[in-house]
Every structure is written in structure tokens, then in C-alpha cells.
Design a protein around this ligand. Structure first.
Ligand code: SF4
Ligand code: SF4
Length: 454
């Protein structure tokens, strides 16, 4: 039986926190670098995109007030909402594909809950000290410098939560409007209330509740087991190599590579022991891999006691990456994204609504002339055409009374009155077509023209 040499500079695990709290220990390594490489650009995108403008228009805005969505500079109408639903379905397919291939890597590397939790933990680490220090001090009275640090931490958390809430709200109400209204203390009650709720939720989620959201509220953890198969690469402990484990500090000899240092548990943001096997709570953040690799390096042993591996590979067999289930999810994902891209090519530039005057079905002006009254609303979703010419067509001769040209800069989404008259109508109910011509864009809408009551 091989005796593992005791390494002198091995960092001892922190004592248990006296307050029973769970203090996450930060670690470093290649997967933590990879996580930073994915999370920092996402954070920068979240905080930055909301400020991007082209020609004075936001680049990304979901405006309930204007009944339009500005997606990457292009305006979509509410009629194009199915496209957004399609985009969400395509994103869900991508998530399923990733889950079959590499488990919950989305949760560990890109989920906002995880990213914000890491941010809050990092602030805690900077202000109150490392997890080891915090755990050791947890039994001491909260006074003096420790109290000051605790208050500073919560203030910084609140600031970050407020910045997050304001940025998120900025995707629905222009961010410059929120900022100037806030500075002038003219924020509407609705926006102020929404900001307070969002900031509170962010503070509670990332600062106080943290892993409990992943453990108890996230539905993804519940159905991930349906998607996993024996070839899914997920964070796993190699029990064949690690067991039997024994603590080096007790000077025990062991044949397994795990020295029971507990570091993999201390760095785990959801507080589980990966050595217990695949668990629904594991978010595949790979912090335990980096921590254990660091231990193995110090012990001069090969890295990878904890690693991304499939059930098949852990049994010592050669796994396969490409398999029917993964190909199926990949095909569905590609189809979903292609359909959404195709949908974007046919978005609505002009949205027209016509409604008949509810007061009178028709008006008989004299023995020969009959008129119908309509309300017409035109909404433009492109800056390319501003003026829309309106005309009518139908069986026979009709005269149109109302704005012949609509200025979308002034009258977009306004109900405009129109009167259509004809002499000697041939049919009691005729089909009438309103034509709208904006030069590069045309559309038409049919309605009925009544010349007697039914
Ligand atoms: S798996 Fe690695 S990090 Fe975890 S207790 Fe064993 S040696 Fe330590
Ligand atoms: S067990 Fe490892 S991969 Fe899973 S959540 Fe904990 S640290 Fe992250």
C-alpha cells in the first residue's frame, strides 16, 4: 500500500462557522478563469447594452408604453411577439443540448443567479475577509471594525442590487429617462415601485438566499436527470481513484488519492459534497475541480480526481460524445434558431387597424349618396418611411374623405377618422380595400361598406 507523503504547505480547512452559516471559500484555477471569461462579458453586456443607441433610438428596448420592441436596432410590433417566444424556445433547446452534453454548465457558468451570487460573494470576501477568516470570527461579538465591515458589505450589496434593478428596468423604460427622472426626483410611482421590488429581490437572491434558489426554486435541477445519459460529461468525483480516502493530518496511510481535506466542499457554492455522487443541487461550476486540482498539484499527483467525466468514463470505459440523443437535441436547436432567423426576415413594418364607426352602420346623405365612417390607425416600425399615402379601392366608385397622407412621426398609432362615400351603391354589402403606401413598404386591409341595414 502506498503512503502519501504529507505536504507541509498544505492549507488546512477552515473551522466550522460558529453561527452555523455557510461561508463559501473562493478558489482559483482554469475553470474559474473560464467562468470569469464567460461571466464578465455577460455582465458587461447586461450593464452596457442598455445604454447603446443608434440615431437616438435604443438598441434594445421592450416598450409597453410605445407597444413596440426594439431588437438590435429593428423595431418589432406586438404582432411579432411570437418571434420572441420562438427565440426563447430556441434558447431552451440550446440549454437542453448543453445539458445532454455537459450537464448544468449553463447554471455554473452563465446563469444570472450564479453570476450575481459570485459577485456578492466576492464583495463579501473583499470587505469582510476570506471565508476562513469569516468562519473563525463568526462567534465573536459584532462590534467595532467588524460591525463597520458588515455594514459596508450590506451597503455595497444594496448599491449593486439597485444598479442591477435600474439596468434591468432600463430594458423596458429608456435608461436615460430613469436616470434623469431619478435625479430630478420625478420618478413615477410604478417605476419607483418596480425598482424597489427588483433591487430587493436581487439583494435577497444573491446576498442572502443564494444556493437555496438553485436547490429549491430552480425547475431545471428537477428535470435535468431526464436529459442526462451515461455519456453526459458532468462534474464527477473519481471514486475508483479517490477511495479509500484518509486524512493526511492524522498521519493515516491510504491507498486512495482523496486526502479528505474538505476543500471541494468548502468552495462549493451550493454546499454539497461531490464525493457523494451526482446530485441534483450541483450546478457544474467546477469550483471543486479547481480546488482539488490544487491539492493534487501540491501532493504531486495527477490532476483530475474531480473532473468533467461521464458515468461510462468513470467506470473506466471509453465514452462517446456524439450520440443519437445529443444529435436529436442539436437538430431541434438548429431548426428552432433557423425558424426564428427566417421569422425575422418577415417582420411587420406597418401595422394597420380599421374599425367601423359604431354609432351608425351607414349614412344616407341624399337619395343617391351613402357614406360609411371608419377609424384608421397606422403604426410604423421602421425609420425608412415616414409618410404613408392612403387610398381605397372597391367595386364601383368610392370617394375617400380624411387624411390622404399620414405623417408617422406625428400620427403613428393615433386613431384617424375617415369617411367613404359612393353614389348609387350596387351592393348592400361591398368589400372595400384601404391601401397604404409608404414607398418602400405597402400594405392593405379589407373592410366592408354597407349601404343598407341588415
Ligand atoms: S476530493 Fe480532492 S478536494 Fe475533495 S477532499 Fe478529496 S482531496 Fe480534498
Ligand atoms: S459540487 Fe462542484 S461543480 Fe457542483 S456545485 Fe459544488 S463546486 Fe460546483
Amino acid at each position: 500500500m502506498e503512503i502519501i507523503p504529507v505536504v507541509q504547505d498544505f492549507t488546512p480547512p477552515p473551522p466550522l462557522a460558529h453561527d452555523g452559516k455557510f461561508h463559501v471559500r473562493l478558489t482559483s484555477g482554469r475553470f474559474q478563469n473560464l467562468r470569469r471569461l464567460t461571466s464578465w462579458p455577460l455582465i458587461a453586456l447586461f450593464f452596457g447594452l442598455v445604454w447603446v443607441q443608434f440615431d437616438g433610438q435604443p438598441w434594445l428596448l421592450f416598450s409597453f408604453e410605445q407597444r413596440r420592441i426594439i431588437l438590435f436596432g429593428s423595431a418589432l410590433s406586438w404582432r411579432d411577439l411570437p418571434l420572441l417566444a420562438g427565440l426563447l424556445i430556441a434558447a431552451a433547446c440550446l440549454l437542453f443540448f448543453l445539458a445532454v452534453a455537459w450537464g448544468r454548465v449553463w447554471c455554473g457558468f452563465a446563469c444570472p443567479q450564479s453570476i450575481w451570487t459570485w459577485l456578492f460573494i466576492r464583495i463579501e470576501d473583499l470587505v469582510e475577509g476570506s471565508a476562513v477568516k469569516r468562519a473563525r470570527q463568526s462567534g465573536e461579538p459584532l462590534a467595532g471594525l467588524r460591525l463597520l465591515r458588515r455594514v459596508t458589505k450590506h451597503l455595497l450589496w444594496m448599491l449593486l442590487a439597485l444598479a442591477t434593478a435600474a439596468t434591468f428596468t432600463g430594458y423596458f423604460v429608456p435608461i436615460r429617462e430613469i436616470l434623469s427622472d431619478s435625479l430630478q426626483l420625478q420618478l413615477s410611482a410604478a417605476v419607483a415601485g418596480w425598482l424597489a421590488i427588483m433591487a430587493g429581490l436581487t439583494y435577497i437572491n444573491a446576498g442572502l438566499v443564494r444556493e437555496k434558489i438553485c436547490l429549491h426554486a430552480c425547475p431545471y435541477a428537477r428535470f435535468q436527470s431526464v436529459m442526462f445519459d451515461n455519456d453526459t460529461q458532468t462534474v464527477s468525483y473519481d471514486a475508483r481513484r479517490g477511495e479509500p480516502r484518509a486524512s493526511l493530518r492524522r498521519g493515516a496511510s491510504n491507498s486512495g488519492d482523496c486526502v479528505d481535506c474538505g476543500l471541494c466542499v468548502q468552495v462549493c457554492p451550493v454546499g454539497i459534497d461531490i464525493r457523494d455522487g451526482l446530485q441534483a443541487a450541483c450546478i457544474d461550476c467546477a469550483a471543486c475541480i479547481d480546488a482539488c486540482d490544487g491539492v493534487m498539484l501540491k501532493l504531486e499527483r495527477p490532476k483530475g480526481l474531480i473532473r468533467f467525466a461521464s458515468e461510462v468514463q468513470l467506470r473506466g470505459d471509453k465514452g462517446r460524445f456524439l450520440r443519437p440523443r445529443l444529435a436529436g437535441y442539436g437538430a431541434v436547436m438548429l431548426c428552432a434558431f433557423s425558424a426564428v432567423l427566417y421569422g425575422f426576415t418577415g417582420t411587420t413594418d406597418l401595422l394597420v387597424e380599421i374599425r367601423r364607426d359604431r354609432g351608425a352602420m351607414f349614412r344616407q346623405l341624399d337619395a343617391h349618396t351613402v357614406c360609411n365612417v371608419y377609424q384608421v390607425k397606422v403604426e410604423g416600425f421602421s425609420e425608412a418611411h415616414r409618410f404613408i399615402d392612403v387610398s381605397i379601392a372597391g367595386e364601383g366608385h368610392y370617394d375617400l374623405y380624411g387624411p390622404g397622407r399620414i405623417d408617422l412621426a406625428e400620427e403613428s398609432a393615433s386613431w384617424l377618422p375617415y369617411r367613404v362615400c359612393t353614389r348609387d351603391p350596387k351592393l348592400p354589402r361591398a368589400v372595400l380595400t384601404f391601401n397604404f403606401d409608404g414607398g418602400s413598404v405597402q400594405t392593405s386591409k379589407q373592410t366592408t361598406f354597407l349601404s343598407r341595414s341588415f
